[in-house]
Every structure is written in structure tokens, then in C-alpha cells.
Design a protein around this ligand. Sequence first.
Ligand code: ATP
Ligand code: MG
Ligand code: MG
Length: 601
Amino acid sequence: DAPKPSNFLRHIIEADLENGAYAGRRWGGAPGDGPHHAAGISDPAKIRTRFPPEPNGYLHIGHAKSIWLNFSLAEQYGGVCHLRFDDTNPEKEEQEYVDSIREAVKWLGYDTLLADQPQQPGTEQPHEYFASNYFDFMYRAAEYLTESGYAYVDEQTPEQMRANRGDFGTPGTNSPFRDRTPADNLRILREMRDGKHADGSMVLRAKIDMASPNINMRDPTIYRIRRATHHNTGDKWCIYPMYTFAHPLEDALEQITHSICTLEFEDQRPFYDWLLERLAEGGLLTAPPPRQYEFGRLNVGHVITSKRKLRQLVEENHVSGWDDPRMPTLAGLRRRGYTPESLKLFAERSGVTKTGGAWTDYAALDAALREAVDPKAVRAMAVLEPIKLVLENWSEVFGSDEHLEPCVAPRHPHHPEMGQRSFKLGKEVWIERTDYEETPPKGFFRLFPGNKVRLKYGYVIECTGATKDAAGNIETVLAKIIADTKSGTPGADSVKVKGVITWVGVADGKSAEVRLYDRLFTEEQPDAGGRDFLSVLNPGSLTIVQAMVEPDLINAAPEDHFQFERHGFFVADRHDHSSEQNGQGRLVFNRITGLKDSWAN
Ligand code: ATP
Ligand code: MG
Ligand code: MG
């Protein structure tokens, strides 16, 4: 393996491992509080990271970076990474999202790293964690804070709370409920839990400092009343923990060592540490606690990564679904043809830094795709905008108009072991409409009257003209074949040409639907400055063409990757493509991206 580029997280982890920061660590709390009390700690000295998506949407390319970062650090340092569904919000979460997240992580190839602890005995399910499994502990922690005077029930209205929170440079104002006794607070908290109070009538808040320069430390809300059925705990609870309270507890119970998140959470870190220190004081958890580290989130040009906005694209039918090949979701990227390898390469190259705000050019994703797929992708010829070429002297050279001349080409130019493809050249072939010009512009080396080109893997031909319809549109291109110039024969070099064109035989070519994708947005930062991102949707983001392709492609399986020569990288559509043996099925290919230079001859 090539040495991995370093980043600040690797330095931190290496130092921690060298200092034995996690050796011999033992966690407090009662048996059953966290998964590692139940299952036993396999190796407490290991580092543990986690990827904690909220199951309220499909994962996107930003999540791919976080998945790559957390899983690859665990992998590199012999640790473990937890896939944790952060499902503490009962209203927005759905099973469909849980399933799609599970599938995406598995597709990226990380499911084996999840198998640290046995899940259900006797099943092969990789281990997964659900934050909602810790609701009992979270509530106990809330009671502990309340009893200890670290939390209070606030009955201000949300508007009053907002007004009294203050602002940057303006300290907040204490709630009139702030000085209730711990005993009163505990009694009311239990009433909240027991359903004695209406939704929204009161909240539990941490009691920290309403004058803190960090607004997140101004008595953050930690529990609210919400009568909603939770996908995991049903109607057991009518109070639910807030994310900022729940998250550190999830990390601590799972004995996460390095809790890696994006920079927006930097201001939450003091509360994260405050909370875990209080609970350690109370013996609910013991040191060393997990530590939070922030890195700059991934922003990709021409891409939106807000789940809410992605949902809007789906719900308002601007795309065909969460897995539309134009979507930056992992389901969409997969269907478009991006591979796990290419996404990991992209994630790694986009860098891990302590500063945010940088945008990564979408071209870097395409470069990673080409690099990852080019060594493996089978080559094929496809004509995306077919026009017929007739070789007028065919029977003079081959004896009959029906003669078909067998041609071969390597499946991959650098991998002879991948074998050869075969197809037939006949009197009529499909060529690209753009390969013929009646009056060639300067530097045009393809077909125009009097010019010679090679039909790739076939013969040199000389263009003699074209026929036109009544409106003057080119109908058929005409040429003469030059005998004894077949590729791979001694005569191949007898005629020098400047142009080589791709083609598909009319006799053996197959019809295929090819979907040509372009950027979904015309602006690099579609939602910058509060712009309505729908106003910059690219109307040309999808063009469907009826193409002609090489006969071998009838055997393509869904998700097989190809390089269509001169055109770029394509994938057989995961859902709509079916191989066409026995005349059944339907060929559907998606363009992932073009070739770096589309004009090599
Ligand atoms: P959204 O704000 O769109 O709902 P989110 O960031 O809240 O998305 P989560 O499901 O909470 O989504 O995220 C799970 C993990 O993925 C978090 O640790 C988060 O930091 C990380 N993540 C999300 N987006 C990005 C991104 N663009 N770059 C890097 N990491 C990201
Ligand atoms: Mg979130
Ligand atoms: Mg977010």
C-alpha cells in the first residue's frame, strides 16, 4: 500500500496510541447501559470512531467523506467504527432511510468492519447501533443532572426563551424558573415523563451560564415533550432528548474514543465536555471520556448536500427519485456509475483539514472515477448520434454486398488477459453524425469529401460525399473502402490517415438507450447567498439518445462498467438495463463522465 497522506486526525490518534490513552480504560455505569457493558469490551485499548447518521434522508457525497474518514481511520489503526443510527427524533425518521443507509455503508465496502461485537447471536447481521436503545440511560442522566442542580424545568414559551437567550455580545437573561429547587425540578421532570404536561409546555434545560460568550452554553435545552410514536420505542416515551444532549451520551456509552464531526459543531464541544464531566462526577460514566474533533465539511461544486433540499428535489419531481443518477446521494451516485473505490479516492484527495469553507471541484470526482475504473472497464464502440455510412465499392472488394468482414478488438488495451471482442464490418455501418462535414473546419481530420480515415479496428476508407433529403439534411454518408488496409494486417500502414473514427455495423449492431447526464445545477454554488436553488436547475441535465452499440453489449449485466471508445465511461443502468439474450431485455447505459481528452486518434 502506498503511504497515506497524513492529516491532523492521524497525528492525534497516533499520539493517543503512543501514550496508551485508551489502555486499561474501564467505563462506569450499570451493566446494560451501553452495548459494551452487555457484550463485554473486546479490547479497551482500541480506538473507536463512529458514523452517526440521522435516518431522516438518504446519504449523500458529504456523508461518503465522513464514512470514509471514520471507517478508514479505524481500519488503519486496528480499531473499530460504529454505524450508529442517531434516531432520537421521532418525527422525521423512517425505516426506508435506515435501510438505505445500511445499504450505502455496505456498498462502500465497510460492513465487515462493523462486526466488532456480536449482534443478535446466531445471525450474520453486522453490528449496528441505535441511539434510541439508550433512552433509559439518557433519562437517568437527565434525572441525575436535575437532582444535582445541573438542570431545571423551564416553563417559558419558546418565544420568551429565544428572547432571553441574548445574542452575540449581549448576555442572556435568567429564566424566572431557573431557581426552582432540585426536588421540585425532579418532581416536574417525572411528571413530564409520565405524560402529565402538554407538548411544548415546558422543557428541561441544563443550568450552565446565561452570560456565556458561547450561546450554546446558555442553558441549552436537553429534553422536550413530544407525543410522537418512535419507530423503535413506539409510544413508550412522550419526552425525547435533544441532539446536543443525546450525542455525547451515545459516544460515551459506546466508548467512542475519537468523535469526529464537521466544524459546525465546534461551538457544541464545550457542552459535550461539560456534560460528560458532570456525569463522570456522578459516577454514571468514567474517564477517559470521548473527545470531539472537528474537520471542514465537504462542499462539492454544482452539488447540493442539504437533506432537506434533496428531499424537495425528489418530492417536487425535479428528479426521478432519491437514486436519480443526477442526485449526489450515494444511491444516485451508484446508479450513475461511480464506484466505491472512486468515492474513497475522491474523499481522500479532498483532504481533511481544521478549516472549512473550501469547495472541491466536481471534476475531481470525475478524475477519481476515471482513475478507478479505467484499469477495469471493458472497451466497446457505441454510436450515440447514428447516421448511416455506405461503402459503395463493397462488392468490388469483397465479392458480394452481403459479405461481412470479421473484426476483433481487445476488451482492454492494457490487459490482453481480458480477451477480445468481435464484431462485423459490412457494406453499411453506423457512424457519428458529427464525424462528417461537407465543408470541414480547419483541423478537422474526419470525414469530408476526398478525405481518408480509418474505421477503427477495420479498414481505411475514403469519403466520396453524402446524400441529402429534400430539406438539405445529410441522410447517408458515402465512402469507398480501400482494400488490404485492415487493422492488424501487414497492409494496415500502407495508407496514412490523420483520423480514426468509431463505428458499429448495421448488420450486427444493437440498439440501446443511452442517458447522457450533465450537472444538475448551472451554478457552482447553487444555494449560495440564499438563492433559490431551483432557479438554477440545469434544463439540459439529462439527454436521452437512441444509440447503436457493439453486439457484445447484449451480455452486459446491470452495473457493469464500460469505456465507450471516444465517448467516456458508462454503466449499465442498475434498474432499467437487462441483458438481451434471446432478443429479450433492454439495453440502457448511463454516461458517468467523458474521457479526459475525447480526441485521441
Ligand atoms: P443534513 O444537515 O443535510 O440533514 P447532516 O449533516 O445533519 O445532514 P447527519 O445524518 O446528521 O446529516 O450526518 C451524519 C454524519 O455525516 C455527521 O457526522 C456529519 O458531520 C457527516 N456529514 C454530513 N455532511 C457532511 C459533509 N458535507 N462533509 C463531511 N461530513 C458530513
Ligand atoms: Mg443531522
Ligand atoms: Mg447538517
